[in-house]
Design a protein around this ligand. Structure first.
Ligand SMILES: Nc1ncnc2c1ncn2[C@@H]1O[C@H](COP(=O)(O)OP(=O)(O)OP(=O)(O)O)[C@@H](O)[C@H]1O
Ligand SMILES: [Mg+2]
Length: 268
């Protein structure tokens, strides 16, 4: 799985920042981020003065009760939504100052998303869904198909490439969403409960993929409710009521992610 490295390196010429390829700035730097949703006359404060710094190559699990603000945080980290106040620097660049074009470039080429609701297009086959990030990134058609099929094989769906989401089980749809996030070998992977619907064997497969990407240099931020899944990460950040309640901090230098429980010993 060395391709994750080569793609991150080949993308190094993009954008104004050198931090994606090993500059000194953290990949993610939030300062006093507040997010208020307004629905009619109702205001929900989803994040309150969140400050968080994540270095290149870290593997971070975000945990917290339902409604605590985890998905909101992920949307902001992925530059899909903007803070109501506070600042966000992504690879050293202030997101609020980036042009739409720069934002699109970052989202399409640097970040792999796994959404909580999968966000698959129901009219497209599995491989067509998976190739989408490559379309946005301008990869040629034949290569797109090859890479999409390979990504589906990595999540154990080699025999489902022509199926549409409606013809797949919930766990299989989730694995298509994971394949779509990985297909572009992104430098940053943001995953919202990527194993929430999976059995233990599939969970281990997906965590194995993330571990390999992490070893190849990707930065991973993963939201989970499962302690076992969080354990695979070197750092656990706990969110409660829109605030960071606890942060185990960066893993010691040189530490690799903990082995996945039961990885070599069959199913839990
Ligand atoms: N688009 C929105 N408009 C209004 N309120 C929202 C919106 N999205 C989220 N919220 C509210 O913001 C709060 C945080 O939501 P968020 O989705 O970030 O929680 P979460 O931690 O991801 O929860 P879960 O574990 O259930 O996925 C919740 O109270 C939610 O109702
Ligand atoms: Mg959520």
């Amino acid at each position: 799985m060395t391709s994750a490295v080569s793609s991150a390196a080949s993308a190094a010429s993009l954008g104004p920042s050198a931090s994606w390829s090993g500059g000194s700035a953290p990949v993610i730097e939030l300062h006093g981020v507040r997010k208020v949703y307004r629905t009619g006359s109702l205001e929900v404060v989803a994040l309150r003065e969140v400050s968080l710094s994540i270095a290149l190559g870290e593997y971070v699990a975000i945990m917290g009760p339902s409604g605590s603000g985890k998905s909101t945080l992920m949307h902001i980290l992925g530059a899909l939504d903007v803070p109501t106040s506070g600042s966000y620097r992504l690879a050293g660049d202030d997101v609020s100052r980036m042009s739409e074009e720069q934002l699109a470039e970052v989202r399409n080429r640097r970040i792999g998303f796994v959404f909580q609701s999968f966000n698959l297009l129901s009219s497209l086959s599995a491989w067509r869904n998976v190739e989408l990030p490559l379309c946005y990134a301008g990869v040629a058609r034949a290569e797109r198909r090859e890479r999409a099929v390979a990504a589906l094989a990595r999540v154990g769906l080699a025999d489902r490439v022509e199926h549409r989401p409606g013809e797949l089980s919930g766990g299989q749809q989730q694995r298509v969403a994971v394949a779509r996030a990985l297909v572009g070998d992104p430098a940053l992977i943001l995953a919202d409960e990527p194993t929430g619907n999976l059995d233990s064997a599939s969970t281990e497969d997906v965590l194995g993929l993330f571990a390999a990407l992490h070893e190849a240099g990707s930065t991973i931020v993963l939201i989970t409710h499962e302690p076992d899944v969080a354990q695979a990460a070197g750092r656990v950040v706990r969110v409660r009521d829109g605030q960071i309640a606890d942060d185990s901090g960066p893993a010691p230098a040189g530490a690799s992610p903990r082995p996945i429980a039961g990885k070599s010993g069959g199913h839990r």
